[in-house]
Design a protein around this ligand. Structure first.
Ligand SMILES: Nc1ncnc2c1ncn2[C@@H]1O[C@H](COP(=O)(O)OP(=O)(O)O)[C@@H](O)[C@H]1O
Ligand SMILES: [Mg+2]
Length: 284
């Protein structure tokens, strides 16, 4: 069971090594990196390459660890008990009918080994990761309402992603294998673009990458554009049939590229960029 990248996803050697190390150690793989660096897609691609179904749990600020295990739907039970005719009262009596299985439960009891993605763990409050420690470690949990112990039939391959918005607790980090997806260098980025736009003209790609990395290099940007923004931008450039020359200023200085709104997402960044271009023009 080894991950070796895929046709749709460019994995650097160190990323593949990390994936396989986590699988060997039977520990969750904690993947950090800027938004848009392919963390979510990694889980999808590894699951596909290893021929496993992927169960996804997208974390929000209000998500609680318990929701990943199970929830007791007391409201439905109450409603049913008030509405039920005699036939249905068996259902109401059995609490098991009102236990809603969470993603971890589904992953633990799946027929075949599955991959489990806990996406954007840093969105939840600080207690969230700690509350899942034991379950992820022991691969079991107890359902108090039914006095059942749910144990994993097969240990799932677990991916946990973080955009680095919050620090994660030490105890949690200790149990994971960690990998930081560095922002792709130009060569890796060329390969990633190649996966999405195999027939892109070489001159347009070169010009677009130069503008893209120039913009990312601007000091003081609030939000640097990432891989997914570059891909969006290229898609627009291709759709509008914009020639490579339109991205150059002719004198090799920074120019304001067309459709820059695909790359810069707030007015301060656009203003900063325009000022810089203006200054450079006047320094000629
Ligand atoms: N290594 C890669 N290979 C191919 N496509 C990539 C890669 N990294 C990012 N992408 C593209 O960028 C998009 C955003 O990736 P995503 O996994 O959603 O990022 P994240 O979860 O880190 O925010 C993907 O849909 C994919 O099109
Ligand atoms: Mg993501």
């Amino acid at each position: 069971m080894k991950f070796q990248g895929s046709d749709a996803y460019v994995a650097t050697p160190d990323l593949m090594l990390a994936v396989n190390a986590a699988i060997t150690l039977k520990r969750p793989l904690l993947v950090k990196g800027e938004p848009g660096t392919g963390k979510t897609m990694l889980a999808e691609q590894v699951a596909q390459a290893l021929n496993m179904p992927l169960l996804q749990w997208h974390i929000k600020s209000t998500t609680k660890a318990q929701q990943g295990l199970y929830e007791y739907d007391a409201v439905s039970r109450l409603r049913d008990s008030q509405l039920a005719d005699v036939q249905d009262s068996d259902k109401v009596r059995d609490i098991r009918n009102y236990i809603v299985k969470g993603v971890l439960w589904q992953a633990f009891t799946a027929e075949q080994p599955v991959a489990l993605l806990i996406d954007e763990v840093d969105k939840a409050d600080i207690e969230f990761p700690n509350d899942l420690l034991r379950e992820l470690d022991r691969m079991e949990f107890y359902v108090y309402e039914t006095r059942e112990l749910i144990q994993a039939r097969h240990r799932p391959v677990v991916f946990i992603t973080s955009n680095n918005e919050k620090e994660l607790p030490d105890a949690f980090l200790r149990r994971c294998f960690f990998h930081y997806i560095k922002f792709p260098d130009a060569d890796t980025m060329r390969a990633i673009v190649g996966v999405h736009f195999p027939r892109l003209k070489r001159e347009l790609l070169a010009a677009a990458l130069k503008s893209f990395y120039d913009i990312r290099g601007l000091p003081g940007l609030k939000k640097k554009p990432s891989t997914s923004e570059l891909l969006d931008w290229l898609k627009l450039l291709v759709a509008e049939d914009i020639p490579a020359e339109a991205l150059h200023s002719g004198d090799d200085k920074v120019a304001i590229p067309p459709l820059v709104g695909a790359l810069l997402k707030n007015e301060q960044d656009v203003t900063l960029f325009e000022k810089l271009v203006f200054m450079q023009r006047h320094n000629r």
